[in-house]
Write a protein that binds this ligand. Structure first.
Ligand SMILES: N[C@@H](CCC(=O)N[C@@H](CS)C(=O)NCC(=O)O)C(=O)O
Length: 291
C-alpha cells in the first residue's frame, strides 16, 4: 500500500492553475472556442482535420485502405491540427467537433456537408458510405461493432489511465500506476485470448475493428507508446503481438501513420496530405531539403 495523500479536496473545485503533466497547458474545464479561426477546405470530398495520434491514425489508415480498395470517392485532404498549440479550440474546428478533439471529418459530397466526429463514428460512417471493411451479414457485423465499441470504451484506460500515469504525469503515483497497469494488462489479455483463435478481430476478415484497435494496442505492444512494452511484458502476449506485427506490415498502414505526423523520422512525417503523390514528394525530409 502507498501512503495516503495529504490533499483534501475543497467543497467546490476551482480552476486556478495548470495541474502539471504533459498536457497541462491545453486542459480546460470548459468547452467551446477560444478564438475565431476558419478551417481550410481543399479540393477533395472528404476533409480531415487531425493529428497522427492513435485516434487520428485510425482515420488516415481507413482512408488509405479505402483508396487501396479502389474507392476513389475516399480521396481526402488531411489538415494538421496541432493540439498542443490549441488548434482544436478554434471556432471552425469546434463547429465540426464541439468536443474539441481530433479527429474530425467533413464530407462535402453530401447534399449539405456532413460533419462527423469521434473516431469510431468516423470509421463506421466511412465503412457504411463505401460498403467496405464492415461485414454485411448481421452476425459478423455485430461482432465487428462489438469490438469497435470495445475499443472506444477501453482505450481511455490505456491512454488516459495507464499512459498518463506511467508516462505523462508530473510524478509517479504508485496507486494510479498499479490500478491502470492492472487494467491495461487485463485488456491485452482479452485481445490475446481472442486473437489466439482469430487472425483478425472479426475472424479472417480485416475490418474497422482492427483499424480502431491496432493504433492503441498494437502501438503499445510494438513499443510505440509510453515506452512501456517491457513494463507491460508485451512479448508475453504472443497472439496479440503476431496480429500487431501482421497489421504493421500493411502498406496502407505505413501511409496512414505518416499523415499529420509531427514526430519521429522526417521521412515518416507528412504534415498535410492532399494527393497520393504527397507520400513520395512532400515528406518533411523533402520539405527540409528544399529549404
Ligand atoms: N473518443 C475520441 C477521443 C479523441 C481524443 O482524445 N483526441 C485527442 C488526441 S488523441 C485530442 O484531440 N486531444 C486534444 C484535447 O484534449 O484538447 C475519439 O476517439 O475520437
Amino acid at each position: 500500500m502507498t501512503k495516503s495523500s495529504s490533499y483534501t479536496p475543497p467543497r467546490v473545485w476551482k480552476w486556478e492553475a495548470e495541474n502539471g503533466g504533459a498536457f497541462a497547458s491545453i486542459n480546460r474545464p470548459i468547452a467551446g472556442p477560444t478564438h475565431d479561426k476558419a478551417l481550410p477546405v481543399g479540393k477533395h470530398p472528404l476533409q480531415l482535420y487531425s493529428l497522427a495520434t492513435p485516434n487520428g491514425v485510425k482515420v488516415t489508415i481507413m482512408l488509405e485502405e479505402l483508396l487501396e480498395l479502389g474507392f476513389t470517392g475516399a480521396e481526402y485532404d488531411a489538415w494538421l491540427i496541432r493540439i498542443n498549440d490549441g488548434d482544436q479550440f478554434g471556432s471552425g474546428f469546434v463547429a465540426v467537433n464541439p468536443n474539441s478533439k481530433i479527429p474530425a471529418l467533413m464530407d462535402h459530397s453530401t447534399a449539405t456537408p456532413t460533419r462527423v466526429f469521434e473516431s469510431g463514428a468516423i470509421l463506421l460512417y466511412l465503412a457504411e458510405k463505401f460498403g467496405a471493411l464492415l461485414p454485411a451479414d448481421p452476425a459478423h457485423r455485430a461482432e465487428c461493432l462489438s469490438w469497435l465499441f470495445w475499443q472506444m470504451g477501453s482505450a481511455p484506460y490505456l491512454g488516459g489511465g495507464f499512459g498518463h500515469f506511467y508516462n505523462y504525469a508530473p510524478e509517479k503515483f504508485e496507486y494510479a500506476i498499479n490500478r491502470f497497469t492492472m487494467e491495461a494488462k487485463r485488456q491485452l489479455d482479452v485481445l490475446d485470448r481472442h486473437l489466439a483463435d482469430n487472425r483478425y478481430m472479426c475472424g479472417d476478415e480485416y475490418t474497422i475493428a482492427d483499424i480502431a484497435i491496432w493504433p492503441w494496442y498494437g502501438g503499445a505492444l510494438l513499443n510505440r507508446q509510453y515506452d512501456a512494452a517491457e513494463f507491460l511484458d508485451a512479448g508475453s502476449y504472443t497472439h496479440a503481438m503476431r496480429w500487431a506485427k501482421d497489421i504493421d506490415g500493411r502498406e496502407t498502414v505505413r501511409r496512414g501513420r505518416m499523415v499529420n505526423r509531427v514526430r519521429g523520422e522526417l521521412n515518416e512525417q507528412l504534415h498535410e496530405r492532399h494527393d497520393a503523390s504527397d507520400f513520395t514528394t512532400k515528406t518533411q525530409d523533402k520539405v527540409a531539403a528544399a529549404g
